[in-house]
Design a protein around this ligand. Structure first.
Ligand SMILES: [Zn+2]
Length: 333
């Protein structure tokens, strides 16, 4: 892994001779001629290499108290988290455009497929500090979108569900998020994905809750079931890596049933396709409190505690850490 030094921020010098101005303009022009960049003399362009993948970061002109280096550190955290989960960065090239906005914190992003990679647009408040970036989940969420094929509109829930479910696990595995916090938030939020009155299944119920948390619920149920049926040798991460290895990234338009079939083949068990059949056009309900109990995750106030005597305690560990549990797991009592 190699990190290229960031390019200088190009500003308009308050006092500059013609020679200096000319050099700065030429440098700006050179940067604008680099592949996949479109910038003016007031924008910053840097590149981060993650494995063999290239992330070109452009910061638009605007108020921003964070330095170039601090923003690139944030990009590195997110890219490394996604790489840790998938085993590699999902696409060979990404254009990442950071748009300064008012206020504080990361304020929403969007990801698009392009011919040779992806394009991520993300808003960062001008008053954002490093602590905000260290806590940020949005850039990791956007980068997870790169690792799954583009779906027809009625299957948007699977794209958002994967990004919602995988993002915190990826950050735990990269050491960017505490496992207790990850499970606390899952227990606190996942019930929002359960069907409500009038629900017609994930393919036909396009509410915010069913799109993001309903999709995450599908991923969670699939993850638990894959672990159960493979005696914790495989997980949803293996299915998603199999889909990615078959060419299923954001650059390509695939059908959901075909994609899930490839995921099932990757884990050697038929789980994703039948789960989709159960959840796609009817209000499939599940006993979430019962599953938390089986996994040994007990909510206590603003955190959770892990019960290693629970029947699926090993599945909980495997979901959290994959096939490589940390030497000193934070979830042991
Ligand atoms: Zn998303």
């Amino acid at each position: 892994m190699q990190r290229y030094p960031p390019a200088p921020r190009l500003g308009r010098p308050a006092v500059a001779g013609l020679g200096v101005t000319f050099v700065i303009l030429c440098l700006g022009l050179l940067l604008c001629l680099l592949p996949s960049s479109r910038c003016s003399a007031d924008e910053m362009l840097s590149t981060y290499m993650v494995g063999t993948s290239r992330i070109d970061v452009q910061v638009d002109d605007g108020p921003m108290q964070l330095s170039n280096q601090q923003l690139m550190q944030w990009v590195q955290w997110a890219a490394d988290s996604v790489k840790t989960y998938y085993g590699r960065y999902p696409v060979p090239q990404v254009r990442l455009r950071v748009i300064p906005s008012s206020g504080e914190g990361v304020r929403g992003g969007t990801t698009f497929g392009e011919a040779d990679g992806g394009f991520i647009r993300i808003h960062v408040g001008g008053n954002t500090n490093m602590a905000d970036l260290a806590d940020d989940w949005m850039l990791t969420h956007e980068m997870v979108h790169l690792g799954f094929p583009s779906m027809p509109r009625n299957h948007h829930w699977i794209e958002e569900g994967i990004a919602t479910y995988v993002e915190p696990i990826a950050r735990v595995r990269a050491g960017r998020l505490d496992a207790y916090e990850m499970w606390f938030e899952l227990v606190r939020d996942l019930h929002q994905g359960l069907p409500q009155a009038g629900d017609q299944g994930l393919d036909n119920t396009h509410t915010w809750a069913r799109t993001y948390w309903g999709g995450a619920l599908f991923c969670f149920l699939a993850d638990v079931e894959i672990h159960k049926q493979t005696n914790n040798r495989k997980g949803l991460d293996d299915a998603l890596r199999g889909i990615l290895d078959a060419g299923g990234d954001i650059r390509h338009d695939w059908q959901l049933a075909d994609t899930l079939r490839i995921g099932d083949q990757a884990v050697g068990a038929t789980i994703l396709v039948p789960l989709y059949d159960k959840m796609k056009n009817r209000p499939y309900n599940v006993d979430l409190p019962g599953i938390w109990k089986d996994l040994g995750v007990e909510r206590t106030g603003d955190t959770v505690r892990f019960l290693d005597s629970a029947p699926l305690a090993k599945t909980r560990d495997a979901i959290t850490y994959g096939n490589a549990p940390p030497a000193n797991p934070t979830n042991s009592k």
